[in-house]
Ligand binder design. Structure first.
Ligand code: PEP
Ligand code: MN
Length: 264
């Protein structure tokens, strides 16, 4: 298997322009859950970049539980991402749900995200595998490690090695948090795969007060990065406001983890 340690004993380092993820390189991905407007996206991106994020998130194709919720700006929004990446000289990531959107998205963003709901959408995985753009593959809501790794294999069969795994919590009996973060997968996956693995404390907990401690736990477990939802005004967020950090909480978190990560 392409993902396995036996196939490749050294850690894969995914390179996106001047950003590296894996090995000793830690990624801080931050930004809004969904891009609502140019102002909300650009202002939030500037704040998180200034604080120390090296990749900007923001969705335009949004998997919403209710069909009546805001679904994202769609393909129109991709232009905003490309412009932002160029203007701020920063790497960008966005989710794709439809195989027909892979090509156009790969032309506008630096990393394609495949979300939890689509981890086993094999047509999407096959289409994504044809592109050489780096892919962040989130763990399915109730996916085992093997199912997750086999999905990574789908992405790698055509030769794309730039795959990042993302633990975002799984569905359990517990409703205390939005999902149940399975931190043990970090050391476990480090044994089984050379691919970098990051943690998404935002979707794992659903609660902004838990983001900082859980981010630190992710670092302690040797994760290669974190992905955090930040909104310049979470009270008016169209999606996931309760788990989105306001600017001051994000800045404080990054200041706290910088010495641990030994970054400036
Ligand atoms: C997201 O990161 O925007 C998202 C929808 O998360 P997940 O796929 O983990 O639910
Ligand atoms: Mn979200």
């Amino acid at each position: 298997m392409h993902f396995s340690r036996e196939f490749k004993p050294t850690n894969t380092i995914v390179k996106i322009n001047n950003v590296k993820i894996g090995g000793k390189f830690f990624a801080i991905i931050a930004g809004p859950c969904v891009i609502e407007s140019p102002e909300q996206y650009i202002e939030t991106a500037k704040i998180v970049k200034e604080a120390g994020a090296n990749i900007i998130r923001g969705s335009v194709f949004k998997p919403r539980t209710s069909p009546y919720s805001f679904q994202g700006l769609g393909r129109e929004g991709l232009k905003l991402i490309k412009e932002l990446g160029e203007d701020l000289k920063i790497a960008t990531i966005t989710e794709v749900m439809d195989p027909r959107d892979i090509k156009i998205t790969a032309n506008h963003v630096d990393i394609i995200q495949i979300g939890a709901r689509n981890m086993q959408n094999y047509d999407l995985l096959k289409e994504a595998s044809k592109s050489d753009v780096p892919i962040l593959l989130k763990r399915g809501m109730s996916a085992t490690i093997d199912e997750w790794l086999y999905s990574a294999e789908y992405l790698m069969v055509e030769g794309n090695e730039n795959i990042i795994l993302c633990e975002r919590g799984i569905r359990t009996f517990s409703t205390t948090t939005r999902n149940t973060l399975d931190l043990s997968v970090i050391p476990l996956l480090k044994m089984r795969t050379h691919l970098p693995i990051i943690v998404d404390p935002s979707h794992a907990t659903g609660n902004r007060d838990l983001i900082a401690p859980v981010s630190k736990a992710a670092i302690a477990s040797n994760a290669d990065g974190i992905m955090i939802e930040v909104h310049y005004n979470p009270d008016i967020a169209k999606c996931d406001g309760a788990q989105s950090l306001p600017p001051e909480m994000f800045i404080e978190l990054i200041e706290q983890i910088k010495p641990i990560l030994e970054i400036e």
